[in-house]
Design a protein around this ligand. Structure first.
Ligand code: ADP
Ligand code: MG
Length: 372
């Protein structure tokens, strides 16, 4: 685990950093019609470099809490970035895991995976049940799940299809809750599978009908662990784990969306933009207001991101040139949150004869390749 650096959230409370990992998916021929090869590559377990298209002799090097290269297995991602935080939710603490990045870079692969290569979600749920089973500490544990989507700044219950926009509330202890959200009790992993798989299929079906909705909405799985003291006074504690497959981080304005889709892009940008500001404020620290209330996503996650919560953001990136600008902005988002804490954003001039520098086809102005 990365060192947890405590800072103030402006309200005098201690907040902690969001751990940032980057996962590079394998290069795919079919994503590279011109056969240009990859434009980004890993250096070691914490560093990667991307070609600087503005200057053929340079690459831009980034440092993160963890870098997972293309050979990294689902198990390795889980063990290094997710498993370490799970024990906390059995102690009444909150945690969140996000997959961030452009559409096609591997967010759903990382979070959900496939039956052959299960991702973070099934592994985390299995592990929670393992932890609960081995507990013999005078507390009774119960596990429940909720599954929701934030789409166009609306909160929708995926376990109750057809439901309306749900409100987000805060109780007197600053716990965030959604009255009316379905909460399904789970007694085993197979119980989870039984409820989750149909709900995630629902979402996929809807997505083909509604313009790749899945790349435009945030899918949020909540695993809640409530423990009750067996002896008097039967104290009760709740730990929450949010597992989030975020909307695609690509800039939809570039692809010429209009009408409803443009409106969607705006809303997605608001939530992701606010998330980036929240992560940035948490990781930068002292005296900065954390703007949780500026979007539904961050408001919902307020009690599980920063503060005493344990948070990990897995930024997914793709190596092909067609993703260059989306990769670049995703890395800058992820690295920016590291910059001030650790001076991780190192610019280096490296000659890389093996990597031929080519200008990406997209015409893009206004982004400087070497500034955060
Ligand atoms: P996203 O959810 O970010 O849009 P996906 O998870 O759907 O992206 O990934 C896009 C494609 O790449 C899928 O076919 C997926 O199976 C594949 N893929 C993504 N990451 C990996 C990986 N680490 N190893 C193998 N295939 C991957
Ligand atoms: Mg996806």
């Amino acid at each position: 685990m990365a060192q947890r650096v405590a800072v103030s959230d402006g309200g005098g409370r201690k907040t902690s950093r969001v751990r940032v990992a980057v996962r590079l998916r394998p290069y795919m021929d079919k994503q590279d019609e011109k056969g240009e090869g990859p434009c980004v590559r890993g250096l070691d377990s914490q560093n990667l470099e991307i070609i600087n298209w503005r200057n053929a002799t340079e690459t831009v090097k980034y440092h993160f809490d963890a870098f997972h290269g293309e050979q990294t297995t689902q198990q390795e991602v889980f063990l290094s970035s997710v498993k370490p935080i799970l024990s906390h939710i059995l102690n009444g603490q909150n945690a969140s895991v996000f997959a961030y990045g452009p559409t096609g870079a591997g967010k759903t692969h990382t979070m959900l995976g496939s039956p052959e290569q299960p991702g973070v979600i099934p592994r985390a749920v299995r592990e929670v049940f393992n932890l609960v089973k081995t507990k013999d500490d005078g507390w009774d544990y119960s596990v429940g799940m909720s599954y929701l989507e934030i789409y166009n700044e609306k909160v929708l219950d995926l376990l109750s299809p057809g439901s309306q926009d749900l409100p987000i509330r805060e109780d007197k202890d600053k716990n965030i809750l959604i009255p009316g959200l379905t909460e399904t009790p789970l007694s085993s992993f197979s119980d989870f599978d039984r409820h989750f798989i149909p709900a995630s299929l629902n979402r996929t079906t809807a997505s083909t009908k509604l313009n790749q909705r899945s790349s435009r909405s945030h899918a949020i799985l909540l695993i809640k662990v409530v423990r009750t003291q067996l002896a008097l006074p039967h104290r009760q504690q709740t730990g929450k784990l949010y597992l989030v497959d975020l909307a695609g981080s690509e800039d939809n304005r570039r692809t010429g969306n209009q009408g409803i889709r443009l409106k969607e892009s705006g809303a997605i940008n608001l939530s992701l933009f606010t998330l980036s500001k929240v992560v940035d404020s948490l990781n930068t620290g002292v005296g900065v207001r954390v703007p949780y209330r500026d979007s539904k996503l961050t408001r919902l996650l307020q009690d599980s991101l920063g503060g005493s919560a344990h948070s990990v953001m897995i930024t997914n990136i793709a190596p092909e040139y067609k993703y260059y600008f989306d990769t670049f902005s995703a890395l800058n988002f992820a690295a920016k949150s590291k910059l001030i804490v650790n001076k991780p954003f190192v610019r280096e001039t490296v000659t890389v004869p093996a990597l031929q520098v080519k200008r990406p086809r997209e015409d893009q102005t206004g982004e400087s390749a070497a500034e955060p």
